[in-house]
Every structure is written in structure tokens, then in C-alpha cells.
Write a protein that binds this ligand. Structure first.
Ligand code: SF4
Length: 276
């Protein structure tokens, strides 16, 4: 991928980023690719040589790679083990950070904020797909956890409200049944291999205020604030003791990923179509 350096980082950063090419072997999809939006995956493949990134936008991945590289050298059990398996003729690959006595761990270098919102659905899907991959390779996953390394943790805020006591935060991830894991993977393969590209959802676009709750009797009456996910909007309705409400799409939604973070935004018919 062509790399720019608009903000004049020292050359060593360019070399380090270029020196960390990602590989998923000869698989059709990686676990994270299957969890991600089909449209992003397809545009990424189609425009592989045209997508340009800047050092500024790659540095957090570099930090994550560094943490993984250091921890890989010290974990007992299996570390950075890549698994392959086929489902419906599609080869899937996933690299598991650490396995010890059946406990599967994945490291995430990210913000404190991401630990405060409960279990991230994508993390839950990723770990359960690893459990599925392990089962196809005659290994059993007994428990799943994400270990967050908080890059912005502040000691002065430790233990206040829900703020973590340490920058290292292990989070237990629910294990799905074998059938749930299989159904999820089958469905993700279906959406990624569908003939027509499926547009990104509001959640996949990191929409801010995508949904609102309105009265069933008077749809012009909005109740509560705007919500980023249908789940959050539905939770608001469930808490109400009286009235009949439904969730509807809001106008003037801010799509954070499309605006600032999607590497294929310039080639995306959905986003470019909305901008014109
Ligand atoms: S620009 Fe937005 S809608 Fe288009 S592929 Fe990226 S995330 Fe999806």
C-alpha cells in the first residue's frame, strides 16, 4: 500500500510500517475480514494498489504490533498461532495471540473508553470465531478473553467511577455454543460472497446519532436522545414503563468511519453517492 508522510515523522517510522506487511496465507478471508463490512473488503481488494495511507493513520497499528511482538516472546503455551479451516468451500484464517490450558486470549492496544462500554460485539465474534477455528483443528477452547492494554490510561483517575485500576484490563468474553459459532460464520461468508455488494450498515460506519425513538401513535414525537446503535435505542424503549415506541432512522447522521477512517472512502459508491 502506498504510504505518505504528510506530517514529517522520522524515516524510521516509514520503514517500520512498511516492514510489517499483513499476511493471511492463502485463505480467502481472515477472521477480522469476515467480521468487517463486506463493502470495505471488496473495495480494498479492487483498489489494492490505489489505496494510500499516511504514517499518521498507521502508527497505532505499529504500536499494537510492537506490544504483540514483545508479549509473543514471553507467553507460555501457544503464542501467535495461525489456524486455517474451510467452511462452505471458503478458507478462513485467524492468528490467535495466546492459548494456555484452553484459555484463548487476544491483546488489544486501545483506549480506556473501549473498556467502559461492556463487551464489544466484534471482539465477542472474533474470539468465538477463533474457538470455531480451533475446533476444526482438533483443539478445544475452554474460555475466551480480551486483554486490553490502554494506551491513554491515567493513574490519577484509577478507580474513579468505572475507570480501570490498571492499564492492563482482562475482559471475559462469552463463549457461544458450537451451533451459534457455526451459524455466525456461515452467515458472514454468505454476506461476503453475495453476488451484489451489501452496503455498510450505520453501525459499520460508526454512525453518531443514527437512530431515534418515536411514539407509535405520533411518529413526530421523539422520546429521549439519539442513539448510535439499534441496541441502545431498544434498551431505552425497554426501560420505559408506559407508552408505545419504535426505533426509526434519524436524519443528519455523522458517519465517523466514512468521514475520517475508511481507507476505501474515495472509491465507495455509497459514501460518494451521499456526498453529491
Ligand atoms: S466509506 Fe463508509 S460506507 Fe463506504 S465502505 Fe467505507 S465505511 Fe462503508
Amino acid at each position: 500500500m502506498p504510504l505518505t508522510n504528510k506530517f514529517h515523522a522520522p524515516d524510521v517510522f516509514l520503514k517500520a510500517i512498511r516492514g510489517h506487511p499483513y499476511s493471511m496465507g492463502d485463505a480467502h478471508f481472515s477472521v477480522t475480514g469476515l467480521i468487517g463490512p463486506p463493502q470495505v473488503g471488496r473495495l480494498r481488494k479492487q483498489h489494492r494498489n490505489q489505496i494510500v495511507s499516511d504514517v499518521r493513520d498507521e502508527v497505532w497499528k505499529l504500536l499494537g504490533s510492537g506490544v504483540h511482538a514483545v508479549l509473543e516472546g514471553h507467553g507460555d503455551g501457544l503464542t501467535e498461532q495461525r489456524f486455517f479451516a474451510e467452511c462452505d468451500g471458503i478458507k478462513i484464517s485467524g492468528a490467535v495471540d495466546h492459548i494456555k490450558n484452553g484459555q484463548v486470549s487476544d491483546y488489544k492496544v486501545t483506549s480506556v473508553w473501549s473498556t467502559l462500554r461492556g463487551v464489544n460485539p466484534n471482539w465477542e465474534a472474533q474470539l468465538n470465531m477463533y474457538a470455531w477455528l480451533m475446533r476444526q483443528n482438533d483443539m478445544e477452547a475452554k474460555s475466551l478473553q480480551i486483554v486490553v492494554i490502554c494506551r491513554d490510561w491515567m493513574k490519577s483517575r484509577a478507580d474513579q467511577d468505572n475507570y480501570p485500576s490498571s492499564p492492563i484490563v482482562p475482559i471475559s468474553i462469552p463463549m457461544w455454543s458450537n451451533e451459534e459459532q457455526q451459524d455466525f460464520i456461515t452467515e458472514r461468508i454468505r454476506v461476503h460472497t453475495a453476488e451484489n455488494t451489501i452496503e455498510c450498515t450505520a453501525e459499520e460506519r460508526w454512525a453518531r446519532g443514527a437512530y431515534k425513538v418515536v411514539s407509535v401513535d405520533d411518529p413526530h414525537t421523539t422520546a429521549g436522545k439519539r442513539y448510535d446503535t439499534i441496541k441502545d435505542a431498544a434498551a431505552y424503549i425497554n426501560k420505559r414503563k408506559t407508552g408505545h415506541f419504535k426505533v426509526v432512522d434519524a436524519d443528519d447522521v455523522k458517519y465517523v468511519r466514512c468521514e475520517s477512517w475508511c481507507e476505501v472512502a474515495d472509491f465507495c459508491p455509497q459514501w460518494q453517492g451521499e456526498k453529491t
